[in-house]
Design a protein around this ligand. Structure first.
Ligand code: AGP
Length: 607
């Protein structure tokens, strides 16, 4: 939800801190700030994107080799300078930046006020420096450990105390934090994008762990204040994967990255000649997977739509009963989970609060939990019993694109794995796997039509409403296409099962209400054609996504985008690409902030 960076080392901290929060801006960008120590604190805060903070700092050299910085997505308190982090205590000796939510902050704030503390912000975070001020007795680690015991909620914290200014103390509970280990320097950040420019060696903190970082190194303590050793991971990503490479927006870069993302998602996982799939993260539980008699997929947003496509795959081709639930619903209803039910969390960030809570609810009910997650070392990845990483590199744009096609591809692989443990023949498996291997090339074919799709976008850019329609495997695709459009262009769009139109939505159709039909040549192609006729006869304009060769559709549709033929179960992966491009070009033509749409954040780490 927010981005945190801390630096302590031999270099000037300010440029590193600013560079770091710029890389994290996608996590939240309504205000930002930094504090650097050089015998005293230099504090800067600004409302708006980080360029506003840059303007405030311009021309004012900030000396100091220890500092913390923050980019915010407001949860408690409006985006104002007073509410921007870092936050202080009464004495002005303490600086704190925070990612997450302190759920009991009101009670803490009231009792602190009763003891004379004065607050300048509306935030939950501001209670933390005041609590530290109260308990501090010369040892910041002990003080932080004492305060952490008073906090309820989710938090990633970075803290500096003026009496011990050679160190930063960091705490992780419910929000991600990694330590970057450099020669004579340490960097702490919410994720790798802020670190990889300086070091690839990182430590992923676990919930409850507290670290002290200094230019000479680090100490890590567990929840019982015991010093512990942690594994050091080497980050695979190179910096250009985490930065734009010549594209106007991260979203377009990530759309065009999809052939590579699919290759990365399947690499080393297909044993085609035997019709088998291998996930390293499932090795230890491969026999347990045989016993699963039901799979509940929990996810949010785009990940939910990928799960819906997976549901069709798993039931039709693996014979595994599957259902998909919004994680935000699953966590609060009383799901009936049997002893052989597995709960599969799908999450790009691995930090989505609702999906994480759904995993914890499933575990509390004794269910076996699995994950499909992109961010290595993320909380969901570490809390499920076994998981599969997407390996598609960072997805920076708020609108999820390559994650969707990767998630759907991995669900297709999972279908083969479970299917081969059940009824799927080697021949059937080989057919699916051979087709999955061709997906990157087929996506390349679609991407070559980007200019043509941009021209279609120009024709519809002023529409105020869209219906997205599909059947079976592409009912999820319709929902995903609608989400892409609405979240970056702010145009109202709804995804429906095509067969549902006549049960009400058809009443909305007229010449000002275009429809996007995902109608590949599959088992329900003719049904979709009939639905298109219903819309056409009411003067509804139609954009159709269909399989190469289905030229008869041009008689009905106003605009047609062709995708290469593939197996029906894989059509969502191909059909999603023109929908992503259509949404992108409509939003870009309307001058929307494509990568950082209003009101949204890339990783929704609070409810
Ligand atoms: C999709 O474009 C949105 N960014 C959003 O719906 C996202 O898919 C959802 O918040 C889930 O995120 P996750 O995959 O990181 O859990």
């Amino acid at each position: 939800m927010c981005g945190i960076v801390g630096y302590v080392g031999r270099k000037e901290a300010a440029p590193i801190l600013l560079d770091g929060i710029r890389k994290l801006e996608y996590r939240g960008y309504d205000s930002s700030g930094l504090s650097v120590w050089d015998g005293d604190f230099s504090d800067f805060k600004a409302v708006g994107k980080i360029c506003e903070l840059d303007k405030k700092i311009a021309g004012r050299p900030i000396a100091g080799r220890v500092g913390i910085a923050h980019t915010r997505w407001a949860t408690h308190g409006r985006p104002t300078e007073e509410n921007a982090h870092p936050h202080l205590d009464c004495s002005g000796k303490i600086r704190v930046v925070h990612n997450g939510i302190i759920e009991n902050y009101q009670a803490l704030k009231t009792s602190l006020r009763d003891r004379g503390h004065e607050f300048i912000s509306e935030t939950d975070t501001e209670v933390i420096p005041h609590l530290i001020e109260e308990v501090y007795d010369g040892d910041i680690i002990s003080a932080v450990m004492a305060v952490v015991g008073m906090l309820e909620g989710a938090y990633g914290l970075a803290i500096i105390h003026a009496d011990e200014p050679d160190k930063i103390v960091v705490v992780k509970r419910g929000s991600p934090l990694i330590l970057g280990i450099g020669p004579e320097e340490m960097i702490v950040a919410s994720d790798a994008a802020a670190v990889i420019r300086y070091t690839r060696d990182v430590i992923y903190l676990e919930d409850g762990e507290i670290a002290e970082i200094k230019d000479s190194g680090y100490r890590i303590f567990d929840g019982q204040a015991r010093a512990i050793e942690k594994n050091i991971h080497s980050i695979e990503w190179d910096i250009e994967r985490a930065e734009k490479s010549g594209y106007p927006h991260f979203m377009l870069k990530e759309i065009f990255e999809q052939p590579r993302a699919i290759e990365d998602s399947i690499r080393g996982r297909i044993i085609a000649e035997e019709g088998l799939v291998k996930f390293g993260g499932f090795d230890a539980i491969i026999d347990k997977l045989r016993e699963i008699d039901r799979l509940v997929i929990v996810a949010c947003g785009t990940a939910y739509h990928a799960g819906l496509a997976g549901e069709y795959m798993l039931e039709e081709h693996a014979g595994v009963p599957a259902e998909v639930e919004w994680a935000s619903e699953f966590r609060y209803r009383s799901p009936a989970l049997g002893p052989s039910t597995a709960v599969l969390a799908v999450s790009q960030s691995g930090e989505t609060a609702d999906t994480l809570a759904a995993v914890r609810e499933a575990r509390a009910r004794g269910a076996f939990t699995l994950g499909i997650v992109n961010v290595v070392g993320s909380t969901i990845a570490r809390e499920v019993d076994a998981g599969i990483y997407n390996h598609i590199g960072p997805e920076i744009s708020v609108a999820s694109t390559k994650a969707f096609t990767s998630q759907a591809t991995i669900l297709a692989l999972l279908t083969v794995l479970l299917g081969r443990q059940r009824r799927m023949t080697q021949g059937a498996a080989r057919e699916i796997l051979e087709e999955i291997k061709l997906l990157p090339f087929k996506i390349e074919t679609i991407l070559k039509q980007s200019d043509y799709i941009a021209a279609i976008a120009a024709k519809y850019r002023d529409a105020e409403h869209f219906a997205y329609l599909g059947r079976k495997y592409n009912q999820p695709t319709a929902r995903e296409g609608a989400l892409k459009l609405k979240e970056i262009s702010y145009i109202h769009a709804e995804g429906f099962a095509s067969g549902e139109m006549k049960h009400g939505p058809l009443a909305m159709i007229d010449e000002d209400f275009p429809s996007v039909f995902i109608a590949p040549r599959d088992s329900v192609y003719e049904k979709n054609l009939s639905n298109m006729e219903e819309i056409k006869s009411r003067d509804g304009r139609i954009i159709a996504i269909t399989t190469e060769g289905s030229n008869e559709i041009e008689v009905i549709a106003d605009d047609v985008i062709y995708i290469p033929p593939t197996l029906e179960m894989l059509t969502p992966i191909l059909a999603a690409v023109p929908l992503q491009l259509l949404a992108y070009y409509i939003a870009a033509l309307n001058d929307r902030d494509v990568d950082k749409p209003r009101n949204l954040a890339k990783s929704v780490t609070v409810e």
